[in-house]
Ligand binder design. Structure first.
Ligand SMILES: [Zn+2]
Ligand SMILES: [Zn+2]
Length: 241
């Protein structure tokens, strides 16, 4: 995300590899981590700008199970999981800072706030405000608990990026095995939360990896009947506010 000259990266999934490959110059960015499941960290060892001494990153995230953001993020690179450690190969200027639910950070004209979402092991949703525009990044939220807090938190946002991994039928086990308690949500809950919070547009995110692009296009057509301003997140997508 870019707000003026300030750059933000939310989570370090495999998408950051593409971001690194697309970045010509060294990067200077604020990184916010929602939680430490593999799919939110796995891109870091393959993120080109992290090897560039001219790049600079401040990585923020919560302390979980007594382990700080630095412990967890750099700790993924060690034997027997990985051949080299972060200390051995990262060359960018790296700073790690704790960031917890309820924290609020001001960076120039940008404000970042976080709340706890509903996910096994904990997970932060973030709201970013810049000159009257706002985006909520709410991935890995399982609807049910904390919906009211998330709706309050998302009130009148321009965009909500929301976990829409399943359909209600998939989630409840009417198709395949039930997915309740797995920490993910449905497009029906995405619509319900987007409407209740009166957000302007909905970006479906954290797609089920078994869903094909065609199936996802078909799904978006269905969702748009319920919430017109809906798109599905995809690699390389750019949204301007
Ligand atoms: Zn997760
Ligand atoms: Zn996830």
């Amino acid at each position: 995300m870019r707000a003026g000259d300030t750059h933000f990266i939310f989570d370090l999934g495999t998408g950051v590899r593409e971001l690194g490959a697309a970045s010509k110059a060294p990067l200077d960015a604020h990184v916010f981590i929602s939680h430490y499941h593999y799919d939110h960290l796995q891109g870091l060892p393959f993120f080109g700008p992290i090897f560039d001494p001219r790049s600079r990153f401040t990585v923020r995230g919560p302390t979980r199970n007594g382990r700080t953001v630095k412990d967890v993020v750099s700790g993924q690179m060690q034997q027997p999981y990985f051949p080299v450690t972060a200390e051995m190969v990262f060359r960018a200027q790296l700073d790690y800072q704790p960031f917890e639910a309820g924290d609020r950070l001001r960076l120039g004209d940008v404000t970042v706030v976080a709340i706890e979402a509903h996910h096994p092991g904990g997970n932060l949703a973030y709201r970013i405000e810049y000159r009257g525009r706002s985006v909520v990044y709410a991935t890995d939220h399982e609807h049910g608990d904390r919906d009211a807090q998330l709706i309050d938190f998302s009130r009148d946002a321009d965009v909500i990026i929301y976990d829409s991994m399943y359909t209600d039928d998939e989630y409840l086990g009417r198709v395949g095995s039930a997915k309740t308690g797995w920490g993910h949500s449905t497009w029906q809950s995405a619509v319900r939360i987007a409407r209740a919070a009166k957000v302007k547009s909905l970006i479906l995110f954290h797609h089920d990896p078994t869903r094909t692009d065609d199936a996802l296009d078909a799904l978006v057509r269905v969702v748009k009947k319920e919430f017109k301003q809906t798109i599905a997140a995809r690699e390389g997508l750019v949204v301007k506010l």
